[in-house]
Write a protein that binds this ligand. Structure first.
Ligand code: 6PG
Length: 249
């Protein structure tokens, strides 16, 4: 059993494998619950490298894939076949290996010009969820070394967005990749039924400590802007990432 260390609720798992197994457990249970209650499960996937192992694990699970709709929390502004594409990563390790109907894969058209891509993705969300609010059953998020999440980077106007669901982000300073992005805004992140942060590795120790234990400053630490209004937030971290916030032995 993990050690509960987070003020938002969560667990610290001993290593990356345990972390991903626990995340896969949450994913499969949330999916079963949503499908049983509403006939479908809507999930926004995280990008970056951390969730790759989770997606590979999920590919081997018995899940009602035909009732799941896949979206993304953010995307790099590259074509889908580009190695930097978050879509490509999820497609290669998961979506190409399970029976998800093509119509259930809602890729961000990030190869389009920035504003056009943001507007097209926002229109797709309106068409799918209706124009009131996109209530995802689950949004998976990572944590960047600078405290960003999705593509809400420190100082980005999108961090304070209160109307638009999707924003285009010009990204020219580290952390890499230095690619413009399309991202869900806190309006969508905070409407979710469940938000699950996956944080692994010693390089996340400091940002995790600042986000969870430091002063509330979401412009500098955008992950702090994630606080679901009615939903639940769960931090799943491994011991390497949590070493600065675990209770002292
Ligand atoms: C992206 C992600 C980004 C990621 C963090 C952590 O497009 O890169 O959406 O928010 O989750 O940067 O990335 P790692 O998992 O690679 O450390």
């Amino acid at each position: 059993m993990g050690v509960t260390v987070m003020k938002f609720g969560g667990s610290s798992l001993k290593d990356p494998r345990s972390l991903m197994e626990r995340a896969a457990w949450h994913f499969t249970h949330l999916a079963a619950e949503a499908i049983s209650q509403r006939g479908r499960f809507t999930v926004a996937l995280a990008g970056g490298s951390t969730p790759r192992q989770l997606y590979a694990l999920l590919a081997g699970k018995e899940i009602d894939w035909r009732s799941i709709h896949f979206f993304w929390g953010d995307e790099r502004c590259v074509p889908p076949e580009n190695p930097e594409s978050n879509f490509r990563m999820a497609y290669d390790v998961l979506l190409s290996r399970v029976q998800v109907p093509a119509g259930n894969i809602h890729r961000i058209p990030a190869e389009s010009p920035l504003d056009e891509a943001a507007r097209r993705y926002e229109t797709a969300l309106h068409l799918f969820f209706g124009v009131n609010s996109p209530v995802f059953d689950l949004i998976l998020l990572g944590l960047g070394p600078d405290g960003h999440t999705a593509s809400l980077f420190p100082g980005a106007p999108a961090v304070r967005e209160t109307t638009r669901w999707v924003a285009g982000v010009v990204h020219t300073t580290p952390p890499p990749p230095l690619l413009d992005r399309i991202t869900l805004t806190p309006v969508v992140l905070n409407a979710a039924r469940n938000v699950l942060f996956l944080v692994s590795g010693a390089d996340k120790t400091e940002p995790l400590r600042k986000v969870l234990r430091g002063p509330f400053q979401p412009d500098l630490l955008p992950a702090q802007s994630v606080a679901p209004v009615d939903g639940k937030i769960l931090w799943l971290v491994d011991r390497a990432a949590a070493q600065n916030i675990l209770p002292s032995a």
